[in-house]
Design a protein around this ligand. Structure first.
Ligand SMILES: Cc1ncc(C[n+]2csc(CCOP(=O)(O)OP(=O)(O)O)c2C)c(N)n1
Ligand SMILES: [Mg+2]
Length: 570
């Protein structure tokens, strides 16, 4: 039997989907039958990963896409399964992650008119007027499959949207009868449905921008997520070095620039102070950043000339957004930087100012480095996050991918891992907590040779549905290591309150209802759910041995490890 579901699975496979993160329901008999039939007949279909929780499923697909660039697929149950995607849809949308989501729909007939007609009470309850409305604010494309005759077109077109810049999630639905409709085989060649090719700068614009950067006294490049495309990092390094320009990361969600390069000027998050490199820059190139600075806290000088290149310069998902840029381009960062590099190499190579600029930024870099090193000393009382991250750093290899959901320690992770390899670090680029567990899993499933290490806040760990995450990790042999920064609660909401009401009642209160004290046994949850190796460390003198043991278990026993590290109370 060749059904809409058979064609749907073929289309996914032809579009490069190898992992199908599934949470099944009464809407999926056609798909379950087609999967079983394909297996019985020895036909290739995407690998099904059963996900007991939908937020984990979508976070995993997000992680897979970050690790490989390829969209994977998520299959969920009608309207309530769509709702259970929860904040993961915000993360995929804001993080511009390509992923295809399919949800069934309640059967559209109730008297047995078609195969798949209603036969369970729940099918009346789950039928809603606007199932797509649940996610429409977060997807680039949504459509209902109304016949199997063009299902491959819809899947391939949806993937074209997902993979075209700015990338993002897409949503398809199909009613039970439609997904079970018998149809003739549907040939379709996805090579005829390419995503939009990377966009370039207009050549005269590239020439003018290169000239302005070369003539600047203190050129500075600000970025947040250019490194989601690892190829862009090498181009940025080449441009910064050729110009003697500093590079500042603002709330980075990827490895954008090697931390040990003397031109690296660090990373700025919510720190409540003006960034010095930003203040002194006279020409600022913002490239791929959603929030290059927070104007109430830190901003460029009034006289600075700002230019903006972005895969999404209008910030189409953001109602309020502005930076005072003189020129704005929608372009692919790697392509634009390659163009700028060509112009600089051809015309601005011998500028005498370059050496002075390099020396200036190198001095700042060295100062920053010395301060960071001092923070890593073995603490005498409690384990500091800086020391914990430095312990992890000793064990990373050329195959490591770090997933960060460290929240108030985002900067600690980046500052003390001192990574240099493109593609070696990712954060969600968004704000719905609980992303890291699924994301780490999805990276490991998509890149089995990689060694995935997640560094997460204790609150974020709880949001991540660890009961699902570690069960899936064991079931599908995708072990990774998690370090939990256990500060016994949510530090960030507390910092937010104190930033607005520094002298108020909250500043004098003992308890702001943001504590988990005593905390759950975080590592024990993972052990119970998926046989993870559970470790809790409270004393600095135990930290190095514990980290070594954690990596040994991960590598030799090939199972998840959760290292619950007690850092100072929030
Ligand atoms: C789904 C979701 N719920 C609530 C929040 C609000 N929020 C932002 S940070 C934070 C606390 C995070 O705690 P933890 O991971 O322990 O990091 P810490 O602030 O302690 O470093 C919360 C609750 C959010 N961002 N996402
Ligand atoms: Mg915390």
């Amino acid at each position: 039997m060749y059904t809409t579901s058979t064609a749907f699975l073929e289309a996914l496979h032809d579009c490069g989907v190898r992992l199908l993160y599934c949470n099944f329901g009464s809407d999926h008999p056609g798909l379950i039958e087609a999967l079983a039939e394909a297996r019985a007949a020895g036909r290739t279909v995407p690998r099904v990963v059963t996900c007991p929780n939908e937020m984990v499923a979508l976070s995993a697909a997000h992680g897979s896409a970050l690790a490989t660039g390829q969209a994977q697929a998520v299959l969920v149950h009608v309207e309530c399964g769509t709702q259970a995607l929860a904040g993961a849809i915000h993360n995929a949308a804001k993080g511009r992650a390509p992923v295809l989501i399919f949800a069934g729909r309640s059967p559209v007939t109730q008297e047995g008119e078609l195969r798949g007609s209603r036969n369970e009470f729940i099918q009346w309850i789950q039928d809603v007027f606007d199932q797509h409305g649940i996610v429409r604010g977060y997807v680039k494309y949504d459509n209902e499959i109304r016949t199997g005759r063009n299902v491959k077109q819809l899947v391939t077109r949806a993937m074209q949207f997902a993979h075209s810049d700015p990338k993002g999630p897409v949503y398809l639905t199909g009613a039970r009868e439609v997904m079970d409709e018998e149809i003739p085989p549907q040939p379709l060649d996805p090579a005829d449905w390419q995503p939009i090719a990377p966009a370039a700068l207009p050549e005269d614009g590239a020439a003018a921008l290169a000239a302005e950067l070369a003539a600047a006294r203190r050129p500075l490049i600000v970025t947040s997520y250019l490194g989601r495309n690892p190829d862009a990092v090498g181009e940025l390094v080449a441009l910064a070095r050729a110009l003697g320009a500093g590079v500042l990361e603002s709330a980075p969600s990827a490895l954008n620039f090697p931390a040990d390069d003397p031109l690296y000027q660090g990373n700025q998050w919510n720190q409540p102070r003006q960034n010095a490199a930003l203040a002194e820059a006279d020409v600022v190139l913002v490239i791929d950043s959603d929030v290059p600075w927070i104007p109430t806290v830190s901003r460029p000088a009034e006289s600075a000339r700002i230019h903006h290149i972005d895969v999404d310069p209008l910030k189409q998902q953001m109602p309020l957004w502005h930076i005072p840029a003189r020129t704005v381009w929608r372009a692919d960062a790697a392509t634009a930087l390659r163009q700028l590099n060509r112009h600089v190499a051809a015309r601005h190579r011998d500028d005498s100012r370059i050496a002075e600029r390099r020396a200036h930024y190198a001095a700042r870099h060295a100062e920053r480095d010395a301060a960071l090193c001092a923070l890593e000393a073995t603490p005498s009382g409690e384990i500091t996050p800086e020391f914990a991250v430095a312990c992890i750093r000793q064990h990373l290899t050329a195959d490591s991918i770090v997933v960060s959901e460290a929240i108030s320690n985002y900067h600690t992770v980046i500052n003390h891992l001192r990574l240099g390899r493109p593609g070696s670090l990712f954060a969600s680029g968004a704000s719905s907590l609980g992303w890291s567990g699924g994301a780490a899993l999805g990276m490991k499933l998509a890149r089995p040779q990689a060694e995935v290490v997640a560094l997460v806040g204790d609150g974020s760990y709880m949001f991540s549905v660890p009961s699902s995450v570690y069960w899936i990790a064991r079931q599908y042999e995708a072990p990774f290591l998690t370090l939990v920064f256990n500060n016994r609660g949510w530090k960030s909401p507390k910092l937010s309150a104190l930033a607005v009401h520094p002298q108020g009642y909250a500043s004098r209160a003992n308890d702001l209802d943001t504590s988990f004290d005593p905390p759950p046994d975080y590592a024990g949850i993972a052990a119970a759910a998926g046989g993870a190796h559970a470790m809790t460390v409270k004393r600095p003198e135990d930290m190095e041995a514990a980290t070594a043991e954690a990596f040994r278990v991960l590598r030799e026993e090939r199972r998840c490890v959760v290292l619950d590290v007690w850092v100072p109370r929030h």
